[in-house]
Structure formats: structure tokens, C-alpha cells
Design a protein around this ligand. Sequence first.
Ligand code: FAD
Length: 407
Amino acid sequence: PFEALIVGAGHAGAHTAIFLRQHGHVGSIAIIGDEPELPYERPPLSKDYLGGTKSFDRLLLRPAEFWTDNAIAMLPGRRVETIDPRSQTVTCADGSCYSYVNLIWAAGGRPRSLPCPGGDLAGVHQIRSRADVDAIATELAQARDICVIGGGYIGLEAAAVLTKLGKRVTLLEAMDRVLARVAGDELSRFYEREHRAHGVDLRLNARVRELIGKSGRVAGVLLDEGEVLPAEMVIVGIGILPNLEPLAAAGARCRDGVEVDEFCRTSLPNIYAVGDCARHTNTFAQEGTRIRLESVQNASDQANCVAKAIVGRPERYSATPWFWSDQYDLRLQTAGLSAGYDEVVIRGDQAARKFSVIYLRGGRFQAIDCVNNAKDFVAGKRLVATRATVSADRLADTETPLKALIP
Ligand code: FAD
């Protein structure tokens, strides 16, 4: 058996292997992944890779030699379908079978599909994998009007890139503001203004009734009120569903994610779960809230947590959440989780496109969103970690560096 058998060759899976070796694990390690590629970074898929300014080889998490040099066996192009916790084996769709001492489930998530007719027409895309973006690239020259459905990070990033490529982009968001799930009102409004200023036709409260096809290809988007928007391509970015079915079938506790404890252990013996699919208690979320975090930070830090547990030096997962997003010439960096805040402080000048939004709860520093403001991000991340009590007036005063407020 493999001492560490990892399912999923994404950020969390690859980093589990990397951290295991870093922490001195000498036993065998294998990574089973259903994509054909070696592990690569997903964030550029909706940024430089979609824009054509970064080639795929620059997305690889490590060069090919790294995996062989570190005796990490790569088993690409295989999809795990069943897990038998009693015999400690997994079986793939191609019939291959592997046994494990420790199993690490790092299967990420798959894009939610559009719950309306026409979602399966040619020309309707999602952005999760290299294959998705390569498929978009082959059709891009033929598309002039593109509809992006979903005003989350991926939809907004795609809209920014496609606008820059000269496409006529309509962005449809079902809620009354973009980024509603992850940011406060001020940041949403800022990004809405930016996208409109760059020529995106941004529609809020927009409900899609149907994608209209012509000879099997998407040609337009029918909204609830009856309007039809022309679209030779549609990109759907409405969130993901965690990949957990084989684990759930094996009896692991699951609920919108694989339930894990503070060491990323699932309810089944010797099986861990990490990354986008792992539902955990996050000490930075509102008290008692169990969440999944979809970020490189969480994938990497949970991988580290599991590696430490496997080498016998367990440490509770308590990493500070952080994230970034690139749109146009705006770099957003966030730290902490803003949900549940009761006070907002704007620091800096939104018109100058360099500012931060700080979220407080009970007077404590809870989260920060920084636009083109790396200094605030670095200090803000530490303020989030210490949960410092800081007055709103001092936070708003740009003459005082945030660093000076770290206790
Ligand atoms: P993934 O990276 O999705 O890896 C899971 C892997 O497991 C996949 O290869 C999947 O195909 C495979 N798999 C699934 N089921 C099976 C099975 N049964 N058998 C074998 N293999 C299987 N995060 C940020 O922090 N900043 C960003 O700017 C950012 N931008 C993003 C942009 C895009 C377009 C996307 C898609 C994500 C972005 N993210 C960003 C999120 C970040 O990429 C994810 O949080 C991260 O990839 C999660 O890692 P993971 O290993 O849990 O899942």
C-alpha cells in the first residue's frame, strides 16, 4: 500500500505531498488525479491564462523533475470512484485499484451548472480546469458578444479579461450586487463602477430563464423579463459543488463538503480531507460556523496541517484566511472573513483606486479588503490574526500606518 495516497492533483493534493516530504515523511506517496496534467495553479485560469499572456508551462506548481526527484508517484488521468475503508483501497473508473495506509481526499469541486434550459448548448463554458479555458480559447475568435453569468470573483475576472480582448461583455448577476457572498456593499459598488467604466454591461437582479440555441450553439440569453441578449458565448461562474460522492458512499460524514475536525480528519479512520471540499470549523468565521473555503491559502495550509498530522506532529488548523483577485489594473487582496461584521471603515480614496475596506465586529478587527494597497494588506493580515481592538477613527486615518496599530 501507499503510505500516503492522495486523491486529487490540485493545489491541496500537490501541497500535501510537498509538505509531507518537507516534514521528513520517508514513506511512499502517490497522487491520483483525473486531469491529464501535472499539478498546476488554477487562479491564472480566469486571469493571465484566459487572456493569453501566460503559457501553460508557467502554471505548473512544480517542474516535472520535482515529483520524480521527491519520489512522489503521479497517477494522472484516473478517477477514483469507490473507496473501501475496511480493506483501505480505492478503485478508479478504469478498474485500477490502490491500497493506502493514509488516504487524503483533495478532490476540490466542480462548477455548478446553470439550472435552466440550454445550459448544455455548445458555446456554454465554465472555468475550472485548463481544458475549460483551452476550449474557450478555440472559440474566442468567433465570439463578439459574450455573456458572463455570475458576479463572483471568477465571473468578474473573466469579464475584465474578455473586455480587454475587445469583446462586448454582458455580466449577469442574480443578486442586487456583485461579490455579495464575500464582500461588503462598498467593495461591491466599487467593482460595479469599475466594470461599467471599462464597458461591461453589468446587470444586477438579472435572472436567466433560458439559453437560446441556434443549430445546437448558444446564440442568446433570455432573461426573466423577456429581454434576449445576444451571445455567441456564455461563461457560467455560479459557484462550485464539492466533490465528495465516493467518500460519502463509503460512509464519511458530509454536508456541503466533507466534514473534518481541526486536524482535517474525516469521520472515517485514516482518511483526511483538504482544500475546497473540506468543511471545517474556521476560527475566523462567525462563532460556531462550519465552512468550506475556496482559496489557495486554505488548500495549502490544510495540506500542511494533514502532513504534520501524518508525520506525528499534529497542529490544529488555525491559519488566517487570505485571498486575491486581479481585475483590470486592480489587485484586490483580502484577509480574514468579513461575514457577520457590524462596522465598516473605508481607509483611503476610492476615486484614487487605492484604498482598503476594514470590517469590525464588536470593535475588533475582523477582515480587510485592500485594493492596490499591499502595505495595508500585510499589516491588516496581522491585525486579523490578533483580532485587535482598534478605534474606527484611527483605522480611517491614512496618516497612521496600519502597522503602527498592531498590538
Ligand atoms: P482543485 O485545485 O480543484 O483540485 C482538485 C483536483 O481533484 C482536480 O484536478 C479534480 O479534477 C480532481 N478530482 C476530483 N475528483 C476526483 C476523483 N474522484 N478522482 C481523481 N481526481 C479527482 N484562489 C485564490 O486564493 N485566489 C485566486 O485568485 C483564485 N482564483 C481562482 C480562479 C479560478 C478560475 C478558479 C477555478 C479557482 C480560483 N481560486 C483562487 C481557488 C483555488 O484555485 C482553489 O481554492 C484551489 O484550487 C483548491 O484546491 P483543491 O486542491 O482543493 O481543489
